[in-house]
Design a protein around this ligand. Structure first.
Ligand SMILES: [Zn+2]
Length: 78
């Protein structure tokens, strides 16, 4: 059987996926209780949505899994 030529990019991606499964969600620190997310726009974007941070001090975007953390709030673990 002739060996298929291997694409290094595909190999790299497969390797990265094997290590992490998926990219870790981005954490965005905000100073306001009201946040807007559109996924960053472009190909990775999604419809613009607004969230209100509750007593927990954070909210996760239902579209892109970004986590918005209130600066100095209970969820700010920096
Ligand atoms: Zn989002």
């Amino acid at each position: 059987m002739p060996k298929q030529p291997s694409d290094p990019i595909v190999q790299q991606r497969a390797q990265a996926a094997g290590e992490t499964g998926f990219p870790p969600p981005e954490v965005i620190y905000v100073k306001d209780h009201r946040v807007m997310c559109d996924g960053g726009g472009g190909a990775l974007g999604h419809p613009r949505v607004y969230y209100e941070l509750g007593d927990e001090g954070f909210v996760e975007c239902g579209y892109c899994d970004r986590r918005f953390v209130l600066e100095g709030g209970p969820a700010d673990e920096r």
